[in-house]
Design a protein around this ligand. Structure first.
Ligand code: G3H
Length: 538
């Protein structure tokens, strides 16, 4: 009997607290401070959690969202453009302390929606309960840290410089209108790590939710509407090609914040008629390798490689997507690794201890099966029991060994529960793989010898944005810089860097003489400017 035969629940097996209250028809979208009701075509939201009935497995349609057209999309942009008003609008000129108050209020109200958001994350993207809760809580902490960091930034800038007879104060001001788009794997967290910095720095925003993970915005729509002045945040739904391309073509987008594929980002970016006016903040594809040295501690390595490759079914941009293991240690590593994979509990997102859950992308299990078959054709084996078994949207993790350069999985980002393991003899081959790769986000080195690890760090430091030692790849802690080289990213995100990414410096300068000093001092003393000032935000 297949391990996945009874994986999906029947309707009465769903715990009461996680049951949805019927079909969620979400027709509202937010433009210019108003929740408008869409009466046109809708997009079905299909849950990865299929349902079992007497006849087998049935597709589970849990709701629908608007398929807006160019017209509504452009209305949203107009609202953002008017609210920004060439930098003279209420929001971009508002004092930092007041903008912070708006965001604090938003956070307070957002926290009240935790259960509703967490429940929808589980149903829409199949993320397990602890990870869905973590995504929500981490986002709240990120917002709190952003507020703290903005205060620090303001404190650091609340001073005058005096160089070569020029007195100056340097502050950071918004860029303009930002288009923010997040990914389906972290539809709340990764979207808000651009959306909130964009807003708090005084930009106005058009936000389009990810492809999957859309309904969970519903409980937050009113919160957005009530916590920000009209036009500051506009939320649209629909297909990218109908709603986003047209925005970019207007040339009125100043910042493009996008987490997704590099192809998607390039297609949208190149539509902007004045490329130098567009700043891009992009988190893109990755194929992060683990390098296991012959002296690696097997237990530590197995634990980290397991979490690194299979947390949230491998659907993390930072996931370990290829494992290079030295041939001397390959036997013991794969034996312990496959044993560890077998302990991962499969099930529905709300089940206690569940690690492997159904996949939200339509056609994903077929794609992964194709990758596995391709690898088998070139000499790889599925080395774990049940590996690659499929039931509807569920794919049991497949560990492939030995993987080589002829296989698609060697270079393609699988973004799912397939773990390719490549045995190596010469480190040169591994280094060469990394140098030649189109991606350059992170890598992990597992080993004990400081000399070998130190040497490897020096060889690879110019290839990726982060090197992890005996530790899986990851984005956090969020105060650390998160970036990538080549096709993996554009710009750097961290709590502090994001504030910089969505702002530009303004210098207010004057020649150092008695008249100018008196003018500046009077402006400061009498609080005549929101920019030229010396006050302290507590
Ligand atoms: O999908 C990419 C995420 O930024 C990864 O974040 O490493 O904390 O899971 P994480």
């Amino acid at each position: 009997m297949s391990i996945l035969k009874n994986i999906f629940p029947s309707i009465d097996q769903i715990p009461k607290q996680w049951k949805l209250d019927g079909f969620i028809e979400q027709r509202e979208y937010l433009v210019n401070g108003e929740l408008k009701i869409w009466d046109g075509p809708m997009n079905e939201v299909v849950s990865p959690v299929s349902l079992r009935n007497g006849n087998g497995i049935e597709k589970n349609i849990i709701g629908s969202t608007p398929l807006l057209t160019e017209k509504e999309s452009l209305e949203a942009l107009d609202a953002a453009v008017i609210a920004y008003n060439n930098g003279t609008g209420i929001w971009p000129t508002m004092s930092i302390i007041k903008r912070i108050a708006h965001v604090e209020n938003f956070l307070l109200e957002m926290k009240k929606q935790r259960t509703a958001v967490v429940k929808l994350l589980m149903w829409e993207i199949g993320k397990n309960l602890p990870d869905s809760e973590k995504e929500f809580d981490r986002t709240c902490v990120y917002i709190e840290d952003t507020i703290k960091e903005l205060k620090n930034l303001d404190h650091r800038n609340s001073k005058f410089e005096n160089e070569e007879g020029i007195i100056a104060q340097i502050r950071r001001v918004p860029m303009g209108v930002a288009l923010c788009m997040g990914p389906y794997n972290y539809p709340l967290n990764e979207t808000f790590t651009t959306l909130i910095p964009a807003l708090i720095m005084g930009n106005t925003v058009v936000f389009k939710p990810a492809k999957y993970g859309v309904l969970f915005i519903k409980p937050l729509l009113n919160v957005f509407k009530d916590c920000f002045p009209k036009g500051v945040i506009n939320i649209i739904y629909g297909r990218g090609r109908e709603t986003v391309g047209v925005l970019m073509e207007t040339g009125k987008i100043d910042v493009f914040a996008f987490i997704g594929t590099n192809k998607g980002a390039s297609d949208i970016k190149k539509l902007h008629p004045k490329p130098h006016r567009l700043r891009s903040v992009l988190g893109l594809d990755a194929k992060n390798p683990a390098i296991i040295l012959p002296d690696a501690d097997i237990d530590i390595t197995v634990n980290e490689a397991l979490a690194g490759s299979l947390s949230f079914n491998g659907q993390r941009c930072t996931a370990l997507k290829i494992i290079f293991v030295h041939e001397n240690i390959a036997g013991s590593f794969i034996q312990k690794f496959t044993t560890a994979v077998a302990t991962l509990k499969c099930g529905m997102p709300w089940e206690e201890g569940v690690k492997i859950t159904p996949l939200p992308e339509p056609g994903k299990t077929d794609y992964l099966t194709g990758l596995v078959n391709d690898a088998k054709q070139f000499g790889a084996f599925i080395i774990n029991e049940n590996g690659g078994i499929v039931n509807d949207t569920f794919f049991y993790p497949a560990v492939l060994y030995p993987v080589n350069e002829k296989m698609r999985v060697y270079t393609e980002e699988q973004f799912g529960p397939v773990v390719p393991i490549v045995p190596y003899k010469n480190m040169e081959d591994v280094v060469n793989y990394i140098v030649q790769s189109n991606f350059g986000q992170q890598l992990s080195i597992f080993g004990k010898d400081p000399k070998t690890i130190g040497h490897l760090i020096d060889e690879l430091a110019n290839q990726v944005g982060r090197i992890n030692i005996n530790t899986q790849c990851q984005r956090g802690p969020d105060v650390y810089p998160f970036n990538g080289r080549k096709d993996s990213a554009e710009g750097t995100l961290s709590v502090a860097d994001a504030l910089r990414a969505f702002s530009i410096r303004i210098l207010i300068a004057t020649k150092d003489n008695a008249v100018n000093k008196e003018i500046v001092q009077t402006i400061v003393r009498e609080h005549q400017s929101n920019y030229l000032r010396l006050d302290y935000i507590f």
